[in-house]
Design a protein around this ligand. Structure first.
Ligand code: GTP
Ligand code: MN
Ligand code: MN
Ligand code: MN
Ligand code: MN
Ligand code: MN
Length: 194
């Protein structure tokens, strides 16, 4: 599924298309798995109602709200807390191949670890979509264990639309995983999927 990248201007001129905004929220962390493996960063995704992994966010109507206001509204519904999103957090837009006539806008935003932990609590405690559209928030394991556990197994799951590519692009762009480790993890994931 090759989604075509498009400029924000071109994307917003598609008045006859639907628009959706999703976001990668992350924080730095000094926490260690098993007391020894640094997790380095907390990156949030979610298990959707359809059993696919994806990012928090959703459909936005640019004729009645800005992309960022619409995304903030979706985050309130899906995470149960206000996350102010601005155009500074915008990454890129793609034309969806399936379903057609949908434009996908992507954002990422760095939070403080304490803010992110508070979001994780709110997602269960107050999000109206919890248990319905959203089955649960999940962190993305960024490390690779000797047996392929961690990022490779995570990447071998099924993802909605181009969210897997959005994840990989952002991990690379923000340097949350080194290029060598990311390349190895993707290769291992492809083996696991076959
Ligand atoms: P409703 O409130 O039920 O309308 O859902 P929503 O507004 O939260 O919409 P959703 O998050 O499902 O996103 C709308 C469409 O965008 C989906 O049908 C998918 O095609 C696509 N989509 C969903 N999540 C992602 C994601 O993380 N990345 C990308 N690229 N596309 C996504
Ligand atoms: Mn245990
Ligand atoms: Mn939603
Ligand atoms: Mn959604
Ligand atoms: Mn919605
Ligand atoms: Mn909804």
């Amino acid at each position: 599924m090759a989604e075509k990248e498009m400029s924000r201007e071109d994307a917003l001129s598609r008045l006859d298309h639907k628009h959706a905004c999703h976001i990668l929220l992350y924080a730095d962390s000094k926490a260690k798995l098993f007391g020894k493996i640094p997790i380095k960063h907390i990156v949030l995704m979610q298990m959707r109602f359809d059993g696919l992994l994806g990012f928090p966010g959703g459909l936005v109507d640019p004729s009645v709200e800005s992309l960022e206001a619409g995304l903030s509204r979706e985050l309130q519904e899906e995470l149960g807390a206000a996350v102010p999103v601005t155009s500074d957090d915008y990454v890129y837009s793609h034309l969806s191949s399936s379903p057609p006539r949908l434009v996908l806008h992507f954002y990422s935003k760095k939070l403080k670890e304490a803010e992110l932990l508070e979001l994780e609590r709110a997602a269960v405690a107050t999000a109206v979509d919890h248990g319905f559209e959203v089955l649960g928030l999940t962190r993305v394991p960024l490390y690779t264990l000797r047996n392929g556990g961690g990022l490779p197994w995570f990447l071998s799951h099924s993802f909605i639309s181009n969210s897997r590519a959005q994840l990989l692009d952002e991990l690379r762009r923000l340097d949350l995983v080194s290029p060598q480790n990311l390349e190895k993890a993707v290769k291992k994931a492809d083996e696991l999927r076959h």
